[in-house]
Ligand binder design. Structure first.
Ligand code: NDP
Ligand code: OXD
Length: 309
């Protein structure tokens, strides 16, 4: 790796521990935090980098995103020959599976109701619900969606999965593309969004689509805030078609203090924390891919900018 230059730029974390770990994983490489006017680099590891950085680095071969979703990066002007590489699991899928199963089970087992009653000193039981009445629909069967589908199926819920191209997964009833979207929704009571944000999926969680869920539907959005039309969710909760929602992602983050989601009694808000980027796993994966690219080998996780993910 002697002579290779790698830049780091991330707006959401302290740079030093990442620089130390990257230097350790790429011995011989010159690894620096990006500053305006930095020398030309071979690769960059980024989260929400400034446009100026990308404009100043036309010779980048690899642009490594420190997350799975590349929607924010694709809004920028990218260096012409750089391969844009998304994070491929790196410890995120197990976190996503535990987060979604937790939200699903908390709703299904009415644990919030029990919590409230126990706080009032009440010892009472609710009628057990049937799993068969709670089919879970997972939008997106990629790296994260597939793991979530398998985890949910382990708890014996019926599982439906929807993807762009047909996917055959054990224990999952598969639906694909626009023509099968309405049938997928109509067969689901709990809806989990794990789609990438693209022009095709923006606003996909709206009055029309959410109304198609079985009555008493429940939404778990762990993908991007712009998948959801906020007012439509509020209206469907108010008219009783939806029972509630767990939302981890929002159109504006942090969620503004005056936003009604904060105070809605049937919405659970978490601060974009369902699957965190883990430093050790992330650097191991990115360093491995940088080595492979330098040897001219193919790598997984290269984003198709036309498809948008
Ligand atoms: P992948 O790219 O691996 O999977 C995307 C899935 O969505 C694929 O199954 C794909 O179909 C499907 N898909 C894409 N477009 C459409 C469409 N128009 N119609 C139907 N299906 C579609 O992504 P990941 O699983 O790694 O991540 C998913 C998203 O999760 C990320 O883009 C990111 O936004 C979000 N995320 C959120 C985190 C959080 O903390 N809240 C953490 C990490 C990620 P096909 O299989 O046919 O290609
Ligand atoms: C991601 C995220 O896309 O953390 O990885 O949202």
């Amino acid at each position: 790796m002697a002579g290779m230059r790698v830049l780091f730029s991330a707006s959401n974390t302290k740079a030093q521990p990442w620089l130390d770990a990257l230097r350790q994983a790429l011995p011989g490489a010159d690894v620096q935090e990006w500053q305006p006017g930095a020398v030309q680099a071979d690769h960059a590891v980024v989260w929400s980098p400034p446009q100026q950085m990308l404009d100043e680095q036309p010779a980048l071969k690899g642009l490594f995103n420190m997350g799975a979703g590349v929607d924010a990066l694709l809004k920028l002007r990218l260096p012409p020959q750089a391969r844009l590489v998304r994070l491929d699991d790196a410890g995120m899928s197990v976190q996503m599976a535990e987060f979604v199963c937790h939200a699903l089970i908390r709703h299904f087992r009415e644990l919030d109701v029990y919590d409230a009653e126990v706080r009032e000193g009440k010892w009472s039981f609710r009628r057990p619900r049937l799993r068969a009445d709670y089919p879970v629909g997972i939008m997106g069967l990629g790296v994260l969606g597939e793991r979530v589908a398998r985890a949910v199926a382990q708890f014996d819920f019926p599982v439906n999965g929807w993807s762009r191209s047909p996917r055959a997964l054990d224990g999952v009833r598969g639906f694909a593309g626009e023509p099968e979207f309405d049938a997928f929704l109509a067969a689901s009571r709990v809806l989990v969004c794990l789609l990438p944000l693209t022009p095709q999926t923006e606003g996909i969680l709206n009055r029309r689509t959410l109304s198609r869920l079985l009555p008493g539907g429940y939404l778990i959005n762990v993908a991007r805030g712009a998948h959801l039309v906020d007012e439509d969710l509020l209206a469907l909760l108010d008219d009783g078609h939806l029972a509630g929602a767990t939302l981890d992602v929002f159109r504006t983050e942090p969620l503004p203090a005056e936003h009604p989601f904060w105070r809605h009694p049937r919405i659970t808000v978490t601060p974009h924390t369902s699957a965190r980027t883990l430093r050790e796993e992330t650097i191991a994966q990115i360093a491995g891919k940088i080595h492979a690219l330098e040897r001219g080998e193919p790598i997984a996780g290269v984003v198709d900018p036309v498809r948008g993910y």
